[in-house]
Structures are given as structure tokens and as C-alpha cells.
Design a protein around this ligand. Structure first.
Ligand code: SF4
Ligand code: SF4
Length: 440
């Protein structure tokens, strides 16, 4: 596409990157075919091609964003399915990120929207406050349901409150967990925020699984210091995202880990891992950001390199190997561009692995999306659950806490266990039965 940026605008590195992406776009519309919001509405402004045009206009004219632009960009899930489809290699993420930043800076949102978004950006990344909010939400939930007098965001947040709020003592402690037998790999595990508040057992299963298979696991001091930045990033809060990333690099103290000796850096929520991979783009002036980003891997990629210790396959109710439906999070399939490693790992565990129809489409979780755009999120959640259940699985497996929560809360009465890949491999290789399976 032709662009019309002024010489002055082109001095801005963010505009240079946006122009690069815009010039690659040939307006073919292939991306619309795999965009979840375009699939739901058939509306050009609810697809990537239309959004790209709106963002280009916003950046070139520097006009105030109209309500139409704000709605179109707010409805985008940042799932990056369009990037995976685009034959011209358009880096849509740079465009949507910059468009969102401009909307945030414009101050064109209502007071209530600014308050909700500001609160989410502060609350969710803080494990202590998030745990308090969950407890408060548990008390408030009956009132929300009874009166229906709260905003859809508050109601959606209430829907995330688990029946059982895990004890903070379940969090794994910083330290070095030695490999069982010969050390084949050394992995640094960063604990993060929301997942640790909702499901600390996932990281515990990860440590058991990795150490059992010859990996020493280093859990850095202060690795649960805070959010990787993905949550404010989803909200278009660039400065807060940058601040969090810089603060993380400082408190994680990479030098103390001996990064040279580490084979991989891991966060078990794939959305967070994908964010860490983007640190080098986010902080191009920070050498440690690139050092870290280059080492980031998903758990499935680490496990796919190891020989799993599975003696006999887990059996389902029919006496045949368990059937699992694999729900590949967008952050893994479109962010990491990883589609095969998790399936290889699950098959190496002796499981029968099914994939749902339209596996490329988002489940509607998308960071804070299901809190802010609950109507679309719920349609996407229902579609995803139907597709997963159509594969007739015994268990649903995923690797992102947001997707897991979205699927289990959407599933309602068809409740099947939804477990993390780490818990599944732990169980199959002689470890603990996942809580979600045990509690049924
Ligand atoms: S597929 Fe790529 S080139 Fe075609 S319209 Fe979409 S972003 Fe542009
Ligand atoms: S990121 Fe996802 S929702 Fe947004 S335009 Fe691309 S495919 Fe559509």
C-alpha cells in the first residue's frame, strides 16, 4: 500500500516500523478469512484489512480517533491469526500496538472506560492484590448474579473467580531444583502473576516434570516479582509495559543466573512466554532484553527435545488410551509460531490427541479481552467449546491460563477437566494426577 507520512513523522522509529508494515500490505484480504471477529460479523471494519486502513489513517492524519476507530481496534483480540495467514509477511502486531497506544494517549475514552482499564492494568499484574480481589469477588459474586447491577466487566471478572482459591503457600519457592540423574538441560522458570494466583500447581508440575527428565530448574529470586507486561500491553499502555519489562530485567538480575549456562527461559503461560520473546522489540536499547528473548522457549519445545519416561499409557473410561483435545493458544500458534511440538509431546505420552475444527481461531480469552468485550468473547468461547467437545475427548489440554479459564467457565454443564500440558506430562510420566481430574 502507498503511504503518506511526512518527513517529520518518519523520524519516529515507531512510524518507520509501521510504514514498513503498511507498505508490505497488498490489501488482498486473505487475512480476513482467518480473523475471528470478521468470521463473526462479515464486517470489513471487524477484520484486519479494514483495521489496517483505519490505523494508517489514524497515524498519517494524527486526527483524534473516532468512536468507529476505537470500537474496531478494541474488538481486535491481538490473536495474530492474521499474521500467520498473511502471504506478504505484514507485521500486524506493530500496527495494532501503535493504534492502541494512540487511542490511549488521545484521552477519548469515557471516564468509566478509563477507570476500568486503569484498574485492570494495576490490579491483575499484582499477585497479592489479585488474590485479594479474587477473595472479594467470591463474596461479591452472589450479589452480582442476584442484582445484575454491575458492569459487564465486573460480572466477567466475577466469572473468573475459581471455586477454590489456592493457598499462597502452594507457590513454588525460588532456588535451584536439581535434575534427577544426569543433567541434560538447565532451564530458568519465571513464575509470573495471574497464573500463580489462580493455579500455582502448574509451575509445581513443571518443576517435577522437568527435573524427572534430566533438567535442572532455576527459579530466580523475585521471579514472581510481577507481570511480564502482557496485561498492560493488551490494554495499549506502552509506558507501563516498558516500565514493567525494565523493572523485571533489573529485579530478575540475569547476571546472577549465569544466563550463558541456561539452555532455555520459560514461563508456563504461553501468553507470558510470547511477551518475553517480544522484549527485544519492546526495549531495543536494552541489550539484556535481547539476551533474555533469545533464550525464551515454550515448555512443549523443551519437552519435545527429551525422551519422556512414560511406562504405559494412561487409560480412559473405555479402557483405551485417554483421548485429549489439544487447544493451542494463539500466543503459542501465532506468537511462538509453534503448532507441532505440543502434539508430539502429548503423543509421546501415549495419548490420543484430537484437534478441534478451526483450531486457528481464538477462544476469546485474549488477555483482558473477555473482561472488556464479554459479548464477543462469549460467542468465541462457545464456538471453541463446541469444537473441542465435538472431538469427544476425555480431557482438554492447553498451555495458557487465560484459555484454560475461558474454556472451563464457558463449558458449564458439559464440564470436562481442563489441564495444563505440564500437568498432563507430569501425570503420564508417573507424577501427580492433575487437580482438575481428581476433583471431578
Ligand atoms: S493478508 Fe496481508 S497483505 Fe493481504 S490484506 Fe491482510 S495484511 Fe494485507
Ligand atoms: S489480531 Fe486477530 S482479531 Fe485482530 S485483526 Fe488479526 S486476526 Fe483479527
Amino acid at each position: 500500500m502507498q503511504t503518506h507520512f511526512s518527513e517529520q513523522q518518519k523520524t519516529d522509529p515507531a512510524i518507520q516500523r509501521a510504514e514498513d508494515a503498511l507498505r508490505k500490505c497488498v490489501h488482498c484480504g486473505f487475512c480476513n478469512a482467518t480473523c475471528p471477529t470478521y468470521q463473526l460479523t462479515g464486517n470489513e471494519l471487524e477484520g484486519p484489512r479494514g483495521r489496517i486502513t483505519l490505523i494508517q489513517d489514524l497515524l498519517e492524519t494524527e486526527a483524534e480517533p473516532s468512536p468507529e476507530v476505537i470500537t474496531s481496534l478494541d474488538h481486535c483480540l491481538s490473536c495474530l491469526s492474521c499474521e500467520s495467514t498473511c502471504p506478504s509477511g505484514v507485521s500486524y502486531r506493530h500496527l495494532i500496538d501503535l493504534g492502541r497506544e494512540r487511542i490511549e494517549q488521545s484521552g477519548r475514552r469515557s471516564f468509566s472506560q478509563r477507570t476500568i482499564r486503569g484498574t485492570l492494568a494495576r490490579l491483575l499484574p499484582n499477585v497479592v492484590w489479585f488474590r485479594r480481589a479474587l477473595r472479594f469477588g467470591k463474596m461479591l459474586n452472589p450479589l452480582v448474579r442476584f442484582t445484575g447491577r454491575f458492569s459487564s466487566s465486573v460480572a466477567a471478572l466475577g466469572g473468573l473467580v475459581p471455586e477454590h482459591i489456592p493457598d499462597a503457600k502452594a507457590l513454588i519457592a525460588p532456588g535451584v531444583y536439581p535434575a534427577e540423574g544426569e543433567e541434560l538441560k538447565r532451564v530458568a522458570l519465571i513464575l509470573g502473576c495471574v497464573q500463580n494466583a489462580l493455579a500455582p500447581e502448574i509451575d509445581a508440575a513443571t518443576v517435577r516434570t522437568l527435573t524427572r527428565h534430566g533438567c535442572a530448574v532455576v527459579v530466580p529470586e523475585k521471579s514472581k516479582a510481577g507481570c511480564c507486561g502482557a496485561l498492560p500491553h493488551h490494554l495499549g499502555k506502552r509506558q507501563q509495559t516498558e516500565n514493567m519489562a525494565r523493572q523485571n530485567l533489573e529485579v530478575w538480575d540475569l547476571e546472577a543466573w549465569d544466563l550463558e549456562a541456561i539452555d532455555a527461559v520459560l514461563m508456563t503461560a504461553s501468553g507470558c512466554g510470547s511477551m518475553l520473546k517480544d522484549y527485544s522489540d519492546l526495549l531495543p536499547d536494552e541489550p539484556s532484553a535481547k539476551l533474555l528473548a533469545d533464550k525464551v522457549k515454550d515448555l512443549s519445545q523443551i519437552l519435545a527435545d527429551l525422551t519422556l519416561k512414560v511406562e504405559k499409557p494412561l487409560l480412559g473410561p473405555s479402557g483405551k488410551p485417554l483421548v485429549v483435545a489439544w487447544q493451542n493458544p494463539c500466543s503459542l500458534q501465532h506468537g511462538f509460531k509453534e503448532k507441532t511440538a505440543p502434539i508430539d509431546v502429548l503423543e509421546a505420552c501415549g495419548l490420543t490427541v484430537m484437534q478441534p475444527q478451526d483450531a486457528h481461531l481464538c477462544c476469546g480469552s485474549a488477555g483482558t479481552y473477555n473482561l472488556l468485550q464479554s459479548e464477543i468473547a462469549s460467542q468465541l468461547g462457545n464456538n471453541k467449546v463446541t469444537a473441542l467437545l465435538n472431538t469427544r475427548p476425555d480431557i482438554i489440554v492447553s498451555s495458557n491460563i487465560g484459555c484454560m479459564t475461558q474454556i472451563s467457565t464457558t463449558m458449564g454443564k458439559h464440564k470436562l477437566p481442563v489441564v495444563h500440558l505440564a500437568e498432563m506430562v507430569d501425570w503420564a510420566s508417573g507424577g501427580e494426577i492433575p487437580g482438575a481430574v481428581n476433583n471431578l
